[in-house]
Design a protein around this ligand. Structure first.
Ligand code: UT7
Length: 314
């Protein structure tokens, strides 16, 4: 469902964290019946990073975002951690991150699979409308812990990482102009992980529905923002498969060159993938003040989410 436009907040800064350990496609060739070129051609992944804990990666990314923003961390009101691979079933990993960062604020996990960061960003804007001033939004995952490293249809894709953003109340209308969140629970069995289990995925089903879900979420958020695909300067898509992003861009009429892609070096890091790709574009000078960004993700559930925002950060 698409609801009324929210406003009044902006993304101040972003930060990221990736584990040190690199696993290349050639490393995977030693573990399962696959080859580097197949993985590159079918997904776009060349290598991925693995290791650490969700809380540890989340705290590292968040600290970078806080440092870049220049804010006093004691002014943060809420921490929302989007994750589908929490460190424990209870308590929320957000509470561990809060302790690691030495914050005094509300803390909660949000699980909307790979759409999680965009869901959390939209939720943060809502909390700010209700009176909060500063919110830390994080997407962090250690998918390597729930990946079956003997299953060549999934282990070539998933990896670990984190990205974070500081969201701050503004006097003006804010940077979020349109948004959309969705879920199609009928497809829950296409991608799931049971308690004590490993990720299982019907790749083709997810692929086909992902392209449609991304197109729909993007169009609905553009409509709300009263913008067209031509107005978008940069697309920051969920990094699941280069071919999914290419097909979605084609359907939306947005040149693929306008996307930020990091999947070749990160793999699919679920909730972390959109902030990782946003930070990559920002650090390369591809994100300028006033640029219109389209953040769009999809994931298990099947969830999807999009946000059209103007960059007004540091
Ligand atoms: O965050 C959201 C999560 N997930 C996704 O977005 C995943 C969406 N799906 C995909 O990205 C793709 O479906 C995959 C990358 C997972 C697979 O690509 P595909 O083009 O759909 O390949 P396929 O499943 O149709 O397999 C083609 C062939 C099969 O062999 P046969 O039956 O044609 O002989 C597979 O057995 O490739 C084989 N295959 C592999 N070969 C080498 C499957 N996995 C591998 C592998 N290495 N790792």
């Amino acid at each position: 469902m698409t609801s009324k436009l929210t406003a009044g907040a902006r993304m101040l800064s972003i930060g990221t964290a990736l584990p040190d350990k690199v696993v290349t496609n050639h490393d995977l060739e030693q573990m399962v019946d696959t080859d580097h070129q197949w993985i590159v051609d079918r997904s776009g992944v060349h290598e991925r990073r693995i290791g650490g804990t969700t809380a540890g990666l989340a705290a590292e990314a968040a600290q970078m975002a806080i440092d870049r923003s220049g804010i006093d961390p004691s002014t943060i009101d809420l921490l929302i951690l989007a994750t589908t691979s929490p460190d424990r079933q209870v308590p929320a990993t957000a509470s561990t991150v809060q302790e690691l960062l030495g914050l005094s604020c509300g803390a909660m996990d949000l699980n909307a699979a790979c759409s999680g960061f965009v869901y959390a960003l939209i939720a943060a804007h809502g909390f700010i409308q209700m009176g909060h001033n500063r919110i830390l939004v994080i997407g962090a995952e250690t998918l390597s812990r729930i990946t079956d490293w003997t299953d060549r249809t999934t282990c070539i894709l998933f990896a670990d990482g984190a990205g974070a953003a500081v969201i701050e109340k503004t006097d003006g209308p804010g940077d979020l102009h349109g948004w959309h969140v969705d879920s199609n629970g009928a497809l829950e069995d296409a991608l799931f992980c049971d308690f004590d289990g490993k990720i299982e995925m019907a790749g083709k089903v997810i692929f086909k529905n992902a392209v449609l879900a991304m197109e729909n979420a993007a169009n609905r958020s553009l409509e709300m923002a009263n913008l067209t695909p031509n107005d978008i300067d940069l697309v920051v898509p969920h990094q699941a498969n280069v071919r999914i992003v290419e097909a979605s861009c084609k359907r939306l009429g947005i040149p693929y060159e306008k996307t930020s892609m990091v999947i070749h070096r990160t793999g699919n890091t679920s909730s972390a993938s959109i902030p990782l790709a946003l930070e990559d574009a920002w650090s390369q000078g591809r994100v300028k003040q006033g640029d219109n960004l389209l953040l769009v993700g999809f994931g298990a559930g099947m969830t999807s989410a999009a946000a059209v925002m103007t960059w007004d950060g540091v």
